[in-house]
Design a protein around this ligand. Sequence first.
Ligand code: AMP
Ligand code: GLY
Length: 431
Amino acid sequence: MRVLVVGSGGREHALAWKLKKSPRVQKVYCAPGNAGIAQEAECVPIAAEDIDALVDFARQEKIDLTVVGPEAPLNLGIVDAFTAAGLSIFGPMQKAARLEGSKVFAKQIMEKYRIPTAESRSFTDVEEALVYLREKGAPIVVKADGLAAGKGVVVAATLAEAEDAVRRMLLEKEFGAAGSRIIIEEYLQGEEVTVLAFTDGEAIIPMASSQDHKAAYDGDKGPNTGGMGAYSPAPVLTKELLAQVEKEILQPTIAGLRAEGIIYKGVLYAGLMITEKGPKVLEYNVRFGDPECQVILPRLKTDLCTIMLAVINNDLANTTIEWYDHHAACVVMASGGYPLSYQKGKIITGLNEAAKLQDVYIFHAGTAKEGDKFVTSGGRVLGITAWGGKLTDALDKAYQAVKLINFAGAHYRRDIGQKALRRQNSIRNLP
Ligand code: AMP
Ligand code: GLY
């Protein structure tokens, strides 16, 4: 089979890497890809949002399977366009992708189908929003309705911070149209966990659990980022809790959408808070997480290509998905300044030495080639991923590799996985 991966980050590198290992796959393309992805796939200079050009390319190159990494093309309707052109593609249709594209829509589905989530209200009017804020008090959470590259959520510790967020979104249009409607939501306390699942709109198979580290600095300090590291499995998600998540969240979400006439196919990402009253949905994403994908795929034993075809062909109920027992960890090395402004073009050294380590793989998130050198070209630059029998083995190997790699201004968290290690000492029996 000839496969096309759409996107250019660490997640897409992991997808291309895994798909290339499939005995069913002869050739992998990636659009637009990055310098690291070029080691696994032929990169083609077509933007992930240029749907017409991607359809033309897939037709010309007789692509048998297209896999979409990021949310933007899904929300633009890439799956609808490929399907209309008779091309096979993995991911949800535009209507289904609204689950991530509009937080208001996601909340409506959760309310209608009684899926546990934070209490919330939506607003377009500043004054009404401010009145509601004052009534509720802080801490409280303000969210832009639309896609804002992970930056449209403000967890406000004080009323002043929340009021400021409301004004920036509704008055100053900081997120453009994505913030012309907002949600004000109850602050939930607990531990976060990500549950991803494959679904063909009927059958749902959860993947190995994982946990992202969203804050920029150690101890969950600093601004939120796309994700500074991850590990899998996540010990907070016991088998019992996963069963509860399937019954109370995953199944009613997919069944609720179906009742609305929306067949959801692809990966459903449920960002959850495990509260004292049980798991509650913080957000849905309609794709693999980044960097969660980088720790999940190395643990996947079953052929990814076969799973994706089963999803497309409504045959997931007849598919068994197996995982390796090992633990995986990913440490993201980011550009100095990220998630705020940062410089590009810094030379990266040590990649060859790090690549020689066993059970380590370096996924490139934002790199380019200048001559024969790799240079930085994004906020998140590399996802150093390792695996081993225990989480400590995976973390030791990942950090060993991180120490070999250098670029000016590089920063990374030194506490990836620590929360899991604290918990793991008390809990066994993980999915
Ligand atoms: P989201 O993009 O909705 O997942 O929000 C980004 C991050 O903000 C989440 O990963 C949480 O850490 C935090 N967050 C979002 N909603 C809430 C909430 N209702 N209560 C507490 N923290 C939240
Ligand atoms: N790591 C969070 C996300 O992919 O949205």
